[in-house]
Design a protein around this ligand. Structure first.
Ligand code: PEP
Ligand code: CO
Length: 457
């Protein structure tokens, strides 16, 4: 046990299944409890997807971000789908995140914590348990870990076997990401490895290449001066995250490990609690209370100061650094009214948190033609206000949480290429929420850097 962790007390009234005695919202309703129990038991005997020392290393990085020494970049699909566990989709997503982080490292002059919304982002909360089309009423699609999106009784039946399929695909994605990163894909000598062909003619390409060239020069300069290549130049850390919504799945991968006290959720480095399942007395908070991972909590416009203080007290009773990341997602029109009071409330607890902004989930709208979309302008506006509000409150916005993809999709409106409503039909692929495409994501990272620098003076 390291010095800084000595004062932490493990919860003694917690068990890996104590969540089952609380109300669990947003869970699949399986029709065969024995089949569910058998699948969960099989899952609990399989190897973990991540290790406790990776989780503790992320916790240290989050603690550094809380101290203002790192910026936190979390991004990926709203919902991963089984069919998209493919090499090109995985590498393209990794490329975008690497490029964005490179822009940030360069512009903010500080290291970036890179966290993908992937290798497990398969469970989705829904506003309704059922979906009705005409005369037909079927269970809602809850993500590929539960059922399939086609509107047929067979596809929509929650199937426990899908937990094992989700686990397998998470493992395959993890394995490929680890191999790429270890193999030099993220080598700072070769930022061209991460170029995505279709943006060659992008209005942003030139700016990005200037940044990449400048980093290449700095790396070679350092090597020439010191005569060494630091290991971190060849290999970057990459962490995974998902909404830990499906509690049977999360329980099966929550384990004890040799030579560590307590329990770890070994399905991912960074699980988060979604907006709809953050009730203080609810099953999700109970589950999260007993694990040692750093955790995210989504904070929406309905959050109250007392509720948030209760969450911090329950989930971080020892005020441990690196434990809590608060992900606010208010919407461009609401952030100004809702955020300042919550920042003050958290400050009054004296407990360390990292505040990051999710400018996606409060800015979802439907077009006249029925597409769920988000406007780049609103995303940017929420982010810029968030930076200003934190600065004005003597707090700090330490990161962002984005839904994005490396594919050339047209799901969000606006950005440098000025996608309009008519463009949405061209490449609208998401099964749940609209994502920034590669170019929009890169543009946003440049705007974030500009805003950060303007606040630094
Ligand atoms: C999500 O991150 O995809 C999500 C459902 O977010 P929220 O819980 O903030 O609505
Ligand atoms: Co989403």
């Amino acid at each position: 046990m390291s010095e800084s962790l000595k004062s932490i007390t493990p919860p003694n009234d917690w068990a890996v299944d104590s969540w089952t005695r609380r109300e669990a919202l947003q869970q699949a309703k399986y029709d065969d409890p024995d089949q569910l129990a058998a699948a969960q038991a099989r899952l609990s005997r399989l190897p973990p997807l991540v290790t406790s020392w990776e989780i503790l290393s992320l916790k240290e990085q989050v603690a550094e971000a809380q101290a203002g020494k790192r910026f936190f970049l979390q991004g990926g699909d709203c919902a991963e789908v089984f069919d998209e566990c493919s090499p090109s989709i995985i590498t393209n997503r990794l490329k975008v995140l690497l490029q964005m982080s490179l822009v940030m490292v360069h512009g903010m002059e500080m290291p970036v914590v890179r966290v993908g919304r992937f290798a497990g982002q398969y469970a989705k909360p829904r506003s309704d348990d059922f979906e009705t089309r005409g005369e037909d009423r079927l269970p809602s699609y809850r993500g590929d870990i539960v059922n399939a999106p086609d509107f047929t009784a067979e596809s929509r039946r929650p199937d426990p076997e899908r937990m094992l399929q989700a686990y397998a695909r998470s493992a395959m994605s993890m394995n490929f990401v680890r191999a790429l990163v270890d193999g030099g894909f993220a080598d700072l000598h070769h930022p061209e490895y991460w170029d995505l062909g279709w943006v060659e003619h992008s209005p942003l390409a030139e700016q990005f290449h200037r940044i990449a060239d400048s980093i290449g020069h700095s790396v070679r300069f350092m090597e020439t001066v010191t005569g060494q290549t630091p290991g971190s130049v060849r290999r970057v850390d990459f962490f995974t995250s998902h909404e830990a919504l499906h509690l049977n799945y999360e329980q099966a991968l929550t384990r004890q490990v040799p030579r560590q006290w307590g329990w770890f959720n070994l399905s991912t480095h960074f699980p988060w609690i979604g907006m709809r399942t953050a009730a203080l007395e609810g099953a999700h908070v109970e589950m999260f209370r007993g694990i040692r991972n750093p955790i995210g909590i989504k904070v929406g416009p309905g959050m109250t100061a007392d509720w948030l203080k209760g969450l911090i007290r329950t989930l971080n009773p020892d005020d441990e650094a690196g434990r809590i990341v608060l992900i606010h997602r208010m919407g461009a029109g609401k952030v100004g009214d809702t955020l300042p009071g919550l920042i003050e409330a958290v400050k009054a607890t004296g407990s360390p948190v990292l505040w990051i902004a999710d400018p996606m989930h409060g800015n979802t709208e439907k077009t006249a033609s029925g597409y769920k979309t988000r406007r780049f302008d609103n995303i940017q506006a929420e982010l810029e206000q968030a930076f200003d509000i934190h600065a004005a409150s003597g707090s700090r916005l330490g990161g962002v949480h984005l839904e994005l993809t490396g594919e050339n999709v047209t799901e969000c409106i606006g950005g440098a290429r000025e996608l309009g409503e008519d463009d949405l039909k061209r490449a609208y692929k998401t099964t749940v929420d609209p994502r920034l495409n590669y170019e929009q994501a890169l543009e946003l990272s440049m705007l974030i850097v500009g805003k950060h620098r303007s606040l630094m003076g």
